[in-house]
Design a protein around this ligand. Structure first.
Ligand code: PLP
Length: 157
């Protein structure tokens, strides 16, 4: 992320899928955009298209939210993001306990969910990412058990 980038989320997100993006925007000088919903709680895809048309965007949205019933459109929404050159990160916290999820069929760039929603322990979760994207990213932590070999560069000596 860099200054001027945009992050697009749905208006009905869980706050845990809003606040981290607000913090990231603050840190990077990026902008958060919200896709509005109609009275039935459905995302207004024409508004989403406008946001995508205007900017390369990161988009994140809860994949399966029973009251809103918009889950069938996830594949379409991801496709629209990709057509606009945007990456997608799906919040699957409510999807994984209820249905089989195929991240490759969805073509999600990233997919996240938490353990306790699957009756697992609290404090654990899963983040899936396409290999080419993960390879291009810096490690989020350093330390033991994350490397095969370590080298000290000459200019460090
Ligand atoms: C759609 C969705 N995303 C995220 C979360 C938050 O997950 P966690 O409790 O692991 O932060 C929840 C929890 O209710 C959720 O329903």
């Amino acid at each position: 992320m860099k200054a001027g980038d945009e992050i697009v989320i749905g208006a009905m997100e869980h706050h845990s899928n809003i606040v981290p993006w607000q913090l990231l925007c603050e840190e990077k000088g990026a902008r958060l955009r919200v896709i509005p919903i109609n009275d039935r709680g459905e995302l207004l895809l024409e508004e989403y298209r406008k946001l995508l048309d205007r900017a390369r965007a990161w988009w994140r949205w809860a994949r399966f939210q029973t009251p809103w019933g918009a889950s069938a459109r996830v594949r379409e929404i991801i496709e629209m993001a990709h057509e606009a050159g945007a990456l997608t990160l799906i919040d699957g916290a409510q999807a994984v306990p209820h249905m089989k999820v195929d991240v490759q069929a969805l073509d999600a760039d990233f997919y996240a969910f938490s353990g306790h929603k699957l009756y697992g322990p609290t404090g654990i979760g899963m983040l899936y990412g396409k290999k080419k994207l993960l390879d291009a990213m810096p490690p989020y932590q350093g330390g033991g058990d994350m490397i095969r070999t370590v080298h000290v560069r000459e200019d460090h000596l």
